[in-house]
Design a protein around this ligand. Structure first.
Ligand SMILES: *[C@@H]1O[C@H](CO)[C@@H](O)[C@H](O)[C@H]1NC(C)=O
Ligand SMILES: *[C@@H]1O[C@H](CO)[C@@H](O)[C@H](O)[C@H]1NC(C)=O
Ligand SMILES: *[C@@H]1O[C@H](CO)[C@@H](O)[C@H](O)[C@H]1NC(C)=O
Length: 427
């Protein structure tokens, strides 16, 4: 009867791409050496099988004792720039000897420094759609909206490993609906304040749990919580784990609704509409948005029609930059290949960052092209790249609102608390 047929049709979005539990990697592949499958399918037996979480670190920054030797050996094989661990300083990380964060050797995004490798300016007319902090209790509402608008496969979800740990099947819901899954660290810390091993655990374990839950797909993108990233953290992300750093070129402040009185649902929607209705689309939009709570999801749901009406091409971060979704797979379906992660795990990319006297530009030379063997075209492009501080003319003391995540202060801490609440809700 018709009702049954309709039911079947309704179910298709979640059943069309079941998570294949085969482990695709040859046992001796380099990807397998970094991300060997570690946990059973949480769908086997009761939801969130009791032994699932025991395969991963607890909430919080994973301790050095949790780190697989393949990761620490890879870390030991790379050359890090001369950038120290920062001091948190209430959301404005400070460096040894008070070196300025926008210094080209440090290049902290908190101080609005970006590198040519950072992804944040999509091409003209493009809206790169992304949501941070999932899965949370508001994720189902977002995912339903995306599905209803046939854009599940146009969103990148930067997910928190600790949240996935508490709600693995919720993360799989976004994946099986066709969503693009990326990394937002294990416990949402200020990454530049962590030791090298801390950075390793935050990124590696989040990649691991995503890989385990998606049939072996190794994430290719990560976004630093609070936008707190510098060249030390970038180098670990890229050279140990092959991760691209994604920041943003606009911040709605959606996360501040309910915490900071200057951010309300109408004010945030108005800000977003302002960008969307601008006639100047010569640079695309990569807006910081969240699936943190009903407010942040609600802002997106209200603004999506404005995106459509104004002709924005909405797509995942990967598609916006013409890159593959995962390091070893083009997308959520299809083949997962054996792919060296961050180049040859025994012969890592030789990369050096040489400091020039100019404070606005430095040159980074990545000489190895070992990524080109099996991967997608985007993996072949390692060559000489220049890094520029951008916008170099802007003083770090600029007091303009919150275009940079570091300008969070107390709000940032409140946000961090909100996320911790989100973790509990998600769990
Ligand atoms: C989504 O796709 C379905 C099937 O192609 C179509 O019937 C429906 O109208 C689409 N909805 C929207 C909002 O585009
Ligand atoms: C359009 O905006 C970009 C930055 O997003 C800017 O560089 C460019 O000058 C603007 N063009 C015009 C015609 O205003
Ligand atoms: C990785 O490096 C080792 C040692 O240099 C080399 O023997 C091997 O062929 C390389 N593998 C790939 C895929 O480049």
């Amino acid at each position: 009867m018709l009702p049954l047929i309709q039911l079947a049709v309704l179910l298709i979005p979640t059943l069309a791409h079941p998570v294949d539990e085969r482990w695709f990697q040859p046992i001796d592949s380099t990807v397998n050496s970094l991300f060997v499958k570690r946990a059973p399918d949480p769908n086997s037996g009761a939801n969130n099988a009791p032994d699932f979480a025991s395969n991963y670190p607890a909430l919080g920054t994973p301790p050095p004792s949790s780190l697989p030797s393949a990761w620490t050996q890879k870390l030991a094989s790379i050359t890090l720039p001369n950038v120290g661990v920062s001091n948190p300083n209430n959301g404005y990380p400070t460096y040894t000897n008070n070196e300025p964060g926008q210094d080209s050797t440090i290049c902290s995004f908190t101080y609005e420094c970006t590198t040519s490798d950072d992804l944040y300016n999509p091409p003209a007319n493009t809206f790169a759609l992304s949501f941070d902090d999932g899965p949370t209790s508001s994720s189902p509402q977002l995912n339903t909206f995306l599905a209803q608008n046939n854009i599940s496969n146009k969103a990148t979800h930067f997910m928190i490993g600790g949240n996935i740990l508490g709600a693995p099947t919720q993360m799989q819901d976004a994946f099986t609906a066709g969503g693009h899954i990326a990394v937002h660290t294990w416990s949402h810390p200020y990454m530049t304040t962590l030791s090298n091993e801390g950075v390793l655990g935050e990124l590696g374990w989040t990649m691991q749990i995503i890989s385990d839950l998606t049939g072996g797909r190794v994430p290719k993108y990560w976004r630093p919580p609070f936008g707190d990233v510098d060249n030390r953290v970038r180098t670990i992300a890229k050279q140990v784990f092959g991760l691209e750093t994604v920041v943003w070129n606009q911040d709605t402040g959606d996360w501040a609704i309910g915490n900071d009185p200057s951010y309300t649902i109408p004010s945030v929607e108005s800000t977003m509409s302002g960008w969307l209705t601008s006639s100047n689309k010569s640079t695309g939009l990569l807006v910081l948005e969240h699936e943190l709570n009903d407010n942040t999801v609600g802002v997106f749901m209200a603004e999506y029609p404005v995106m459509q009406q104004n002709g924005w091409k909405v797509m995942t971060v990967a598609d916006a930059f013409g890159m593959s979704w995962y390091q070893n797979s083009e997308g959520d379906t299809g083949t997962v290949i054996s792919q060296a992660i961050a180049g040859n795990s025994t012969l890592s990319m030789t990369s050096s960052i040489s400091t020039s006297t100019s404070s606005s530009s430095i040159t980074s030379t990545s000489s190895s092209s070992s990524l080109s063997s099996t991967g997608s075209p985007s993996l072949t492009s390692t060559s000489t790249s220049s890094i520029s501080s951008s916008p170099s003319s802007r003083p770090s003391t600029s007091s303009d609102s919150i275009s940079s995540a570091g300008k969070l202060g107390v709000s940032g801490i409140i946000m961090m608390l909100s996320i911790l609440v989100g973790i509990r809700v998600g769990a």
